[in-house]
Design a protein around this ligand. Structure first.
Ligand code: XIL
Length: 368
């Protein structure tokens, strides 16, 4: 039954993606419309992914969890992992020097525990979302080092044993114009990266420690530099267990082969791969053709994870389109997997189809 539904989904999807380039007339019947397909509940995407050893996550915020029952339902039922989008950042945790505040951070952890979701800690050391007192202060090498030690041991220590994955350092390869704004870099130089990992390993030896980066998904000079740096740090004994590729694809979409090749080279270093902040917003006005193209690129992403050894998580940067940070800023639209009414969108089914077929058919299985 499920096989039949998927076959029809694949066929209609292919036909419509081809024909939408040529004309935009509405399909004749609802069955031919990939936007109206609902799968019979024979396992959710998260269950299929788990069988492949891949966690399926979403970035969440505590206020939406508290105030929106639909959001809460989707998060608790559809994911196997969550990432705090905002509340585990330094600006929220140490709003004033010396005053730590864990109220909302704890709420997210409690939600994860209540619903049996893993949690991906985001993020310890970053040049963004910093409290003013830290961002605007002048820090000597020793002061910054002590602060880093205090911050990591306090935050990671509080959640020791409860957070299996941590983004220890986020976006150190920031775009050049932001380097001078990163107080960690200003005070400690590049050494701030290895230092953070050493402190993190000591604080929670069980946790997998990640370096998380954006605009490094494809093969380009930025990912080349990152690759060389990570290789060097690993050879020096820096305890990096995994790489997070953010996948904010509003700024460009990597070529399919290059995406595969790049993930593979990092994985060949023995690192765990997570796709950590996946979103694919539609620029300009939303049309059926653009939605289909969006789904095709989502397909590329899930295929890349399925084809990469040790690719063990895919996390979307939000849940419902209406709360997406990109959509809220008005830059782009509809980046995620659930629409305004909480209905699964085409990319959800495309993910589902890719994972389902990857364990059921061989590469050469012809389409019906
Ligand atoms: C964004 C959040 O989505 C916003 O809510 C917040 O105000 C700013 O940060 N790279 C990251 C994330 O690593 O932490 C950022 O998240 C998006 C870019």
């Amino acid at each position: 039954m499920l096989g039949e539904i998927l076959r029809r989904l694949i066929a209609t999807y292919l036909i419509l993606s081809a024909s939408s380039q040529l004309n935009s007339t509405k399909p004749e019947s609802p069955e031919e419309d990939p936007f109206s397909i609902t799968l019979k509940e024979e396992g959710k995407l998260k269950d299929l992914l788990l069988k492949k050893g891949i966690l399926f996550g979403g970035a969440v915020q505590s206020s939406y969890l508290k105030n929106d029952p639909l959001y809460r339902k989707i998060v608790s039922e559809e994911f196997s992992m969550i990432t705090p989008e905002y509340e585990w950042k330094m600006s929220q945790i140490v709003p004033e020097k010396g005053r730590y505040s864990f109220a909302t951070a704890d709420e997210i952890l409690a939600f994860a525990e209540e619903h049996n979701l893993k949690i991906r800690g985001h993020t310890l050391i970053w040049g963004g979302d910093l409290p003013k007192w830290f961002e605007e202060g002048k820090w000597s090498y020793e002061e910054a080092k002590n602060l880093m030690e205090e911050y990591i041991t306090t935050v990671m220590g509080r959640y020791r044993g409860k957070v299996p994955y941590w983004d220890v350092v986020n976006e150190a390869f920031d775009l050049p114009f932001r380097w001078d704004k990163n107080p960690w870099y200003k005070a400690l130089g590049e050494e701030y990266v290895p230092l953070a990992f050493h402190i993190a390993r000591k604080t929670d030896p069980q946790a997998k420690l990640f370096y998380n980066e954006f605009l490094a998904e494809g093969m380009n000079s930025r990912s080349d530099r990152l690759y060389e740096k990570i290789k060097k740090w690993l050879s020096e004994g820096v305890p990096i267990d995994g790489i997070g590729f953010e996948c904010h694809f509003q700024f460009g979409i990597p070529h399919r082969e290059e995406l595969f090749q790049n993930l593979r080279r990092f994985s060949d270093l023995g690192l765990t791969i997570h796709l950590t902040e996946v979103e694919l917003p539609i620029p300009f006005s939303v049309t059926r053709g653009r939605r289909i193209k969006q789904a095709i690129v989502y397909r590329r992403l899930i295929d890349a994870c399925l084809n990469t050894p040790r690719c063990e998580a895919i996390v979307t940067w939000g849940v419902l389109d209406r709360y997406s940070w990109t959509q809220k800023r008005g830059w782009f639209s509809e980046p995620l997997l659930w629409d305004e009414e909480g209905k699964r969108k085409l990319p959800y089914y495309v993910f589902y189809d890719a994972v389902f077929r990857s364990q059921t058919f061989s590469e050469n299985t012809p389409y019906p």
